[in-house]
Write a protein that binds this ligand. Structure first.
Ligand code: ZN
Length: 505
């Protein structure tokens, strides 16, 4: 009896040891699973809400790469001091995990500097790269390497870039490297020269760019010709000699790959600009160009599935794009957008500017062939052809043409009625995209951002953390946490501040 009792205890002990051992195995498995990714990609579609993504998908008739990732979440975007956010506050939230005020870059609401995911990656010994289709000192990219209370401190941002130590910058140029706008009180010489002094090789020619090979050199690359505000061309206007967002991303992967891994942020910045101007076709083509960039990361992830994390998000929606229009009821016909061959920007800067030079072009009839050529809108034809303009649409174009020729957009745009019609943009260009978009069954409610939540998608190591409904600050906190415990102090401190701030409001 006693012996049997002991035997039972022995069995129990053995069983306990087994449980303990299996627990160890489980926990070591957890440790293994929580291993931080060697390669981290963060894609930000500026102004890219669900309508922008759905419009692009509907236009090409197939699923976007970013929509094919394994995890999807819904993300709230508000700033600390405004329901409708701006790119600076949103980028700071996504880069640092902290809510901040409109216009602030890499600083909390009390102007305390914050550390970004890219800076944390550098501290871990990883390489860091920043790519964007707008100027490299614009709000979204700047939030990853600069700390300034105003996004318009372009000179200070350029100096921060030169001193960042990041390994790769690609995309648009700098807006004010020489402080010509004099919005910095701390002039330290030309920022581009400072970058060169700090080891950056500046590359602006496509052939030279494509030939770049991994080396110890840091790279600052942008297109020789930039379209507007130091940005790459709209995808719709891209020329053979331009480097595309996808090419900047692919080269970034090639140059940054190293035994310690890398962090790369890629922004599709002109989706936002297209949507501010209510240009549906330009928005779609830039969303597709952004998705093409995501595809490069996705292919890289497929080659390194256990070492890579890809997160794709937007900073806010822009324009209040609606995939429906009162005038077309339930109909959608996105094919009509094929008729637009240039962005509103190129139409205004090049075609209309050239047209205006000729005195005899002051009459509406003179512009008609250009409208048909660049937007496919016709002035004659049967009612069954949806591209034939209705008389009320021709009236809208006529008054926009007159205002455009009078060149009175600036001061008149403060008039609420005029603002509602043209949003401060060239009246003819914006009326053309409005009419064409409406024919597609697409409408706009704003020339600014909106507060609708946006989608965040992820693939790779611990991607499942991005399922659910969460705030834009959580994107940074989740990435920091996934990137490893070494960053815990920053992560916890910034997240405590975050909690305090949310409770305080
Ligand atoms: Zn934005």
């Amino acid at each position: 009896m006693k012996r049997f009792y002991f035997q039972k205890i022995k069995w129990c002990a053995l069983f306990a040891v087994l449980i303990f051992a299996s627990a160890l195995i489980v926990s070591s498995q957890v440790v293994f699973a929580a291993d931080s990714p060697k390669y981290v990609f963060l894609f930000i579609g500026d102004g890219m809400g669900l309508p922008q993504k759905m419009a692009a998908e509907k236009y090409i008739g197939k699923k976007l790469v970013m929509n094919s990732l394994s995890a999807h979440g819904v993300t709230t975007t508000n700033a600390a001091d405004r329901f409708i956010t701006g790119s600076a506050a949103a980028a700071t939230a996504i880069a640092t995990g902290m809510k901040t005020n409109i216009g602030f870059i890499g600083m909390d609401s009390n102007q305390k500097p914050l550390k970004s995911i890219a800076q944390i990656a550098k501290e871990k010994g990883m390489k860091a790269g920043i790519v964007t289709s707008v100027s490299i000192d614009h709000a979204t990219p700047a939030a990853f390497y600069a700390n300034v209370p105003s996004r318009s401190q372009y000179y200070d941002i350029a100096v921060a870039l030169a001193k960042s130590g990041f390994d790769y910058f690609g995309g648009g140029g700098m807006k004010d490297p020489a402080n010509k706008r004099e919005n910095s009180l701390n002039f330290q010489g030309d920022a581009l020269e400072l970058a060169k002094k700090n080891g950056y090789r500046v590359v602006t020619k496509k052939q030279e760019f494509l030939a770049l090979k991994p080396s110890k050199e840091k790279i600052l690359a942008y297109n020789e010709w930039l379209q507007d505000g130091g940005a790459l061309s709209y995808a719709l206007d891209m020329r053979e000699q331009d480097i595309s967002l996808a090419e900047f991303t692919a080269k970034g992967i090639e140059l940054l790959d190293n035994p310690k891994g890398f962090f790369m942020m890629v922004e599709g910045g002109k989706i936002d600009w297209a949507c501010h101007a209510n240009d549906g076709a330009a928005s779609i083509h830039d969303t597709l160009a952004f998705d093409e960039a995501v595809k490069h990361a996705y292919d890289f992830y497929k080659a390194h599935p256990k070492k890579t994390l890809i997160v794709v998000t937007g900073d806010h929606e822009t324009g209040g794009m609606a995939l429906g229009f009162a005038g077309t009821r339930y109909e959608s016909n996105f094919k009509v957008l094929n008729n637009q061959s240039v962005s509103f920007q190129r139409f205004g800067d090049e075609i209309l500017a050239e047209f205006k030079k000729k005195e005899s072009n002051k009459v509406f009839d003179a512009i008609k062939p250009l409208i048909t050529k660049y937007f496919g809108l016709k002035f004659d034809g049967g009612t069954q052809d949806s591209m034939v303009l209705q008389s009320y649409e021709i009236d809208r174009l006529k008054s926009a043409f007159e205002r455009s020729m009078a060149g009175d957009t600036e001061e008149k745009s403060y008039d609420p009625e005029v603002y509602l019609l043209y949003g401060g943009y060239d009246p003819l260009s914006i009326t053309l995209t409005h009419i064409l978009n409406q024919k597609a069954g697409m409408a706009w409610t704003s020339y600014k951002h909106t507060a609708v939540p946006i989608a965040t998608s992820a693939a790779g190591l611990q991607a499942e953390a991005f399922n659910g409904y969460y705030d834009n600050t959580d994107i940074a906190l989740k990435i920091m946490s996934i990137m490893g415990s070494g960053d815990k102090p920053v992560y916890e401190k910034q997240s405590q501040n975050q909690t305090a701030m949310v409770q305080g409001r």
